[in-house]
Design a protein around this ligand. Sequence first.
Ligand code: SF4
Ligand code: SF4
Length: 209
Amino acid sequence: MSSPQLPENIKEITDQEVFQFNCQPGVKCFTDCCRQLELALTPYDVIRLRRHLNITSREFLEQYALVEWQEGDVFANVYLGMVDDGHVSCPFVSDKGCAVYGGRPGACRTYPLGRAAFQQPDGSHGSFHVLLREDHCHGFAEGDEQTIGRWTQGQGLQAYNQMNDAMIAILHNPEVTKGFIPTPEQRDLFINTLYDIDAFRALGRVENC
Ligand code: SF4
Ligand code: SF4
């Protein structure tokens, strides 16, 4: 897969490359990145967040998520709803940091990296990473040496990557790439089975999420 043309502050990096980064409560930008976000959630993000909050997936979707489908989209997207506090903040940010740290979404864990996964011609999964250098983020001034592997392990991302990659079979299904348009009922099914996992489990089709 050829790399897309990237803006100057985003650079593809290899597994071997070392970068300096750390994020901890002492940085002067602490929690700045938890505001004005368009934070798309994956089904596994919802499982982890609703488990951390000890609520059902339906309660999570009703209290914290925005489900949006726009003309031209194949499937609906699920976003974390921001709160109207004058800063468009994440509902979980506090002065002490992330109030759902143990269940925070994969995108929060991955930053300042970004990860793209795709299906290869032989059906196996491939992925690549990029490094985002944003002016407001002072984590690059911190001395810790990171690699993709070290960051992935330190942020507990293996399970997220594995579960999110399982979505490739749906999102990059050959029928979808050929232009399949789901009916409104099929779009609802996509949300109700993958994101409202408790309701789906109650139908007896999923074990222990
Ligand atoms: S979930 Fe936590 S880390 Fe992610 S944006 Fe919200 S407060 Fe920040
Ligand atoms: S902007 Fe960067 S260093 Fe600052 S809190 Fe966010 S990730 Fe950490």
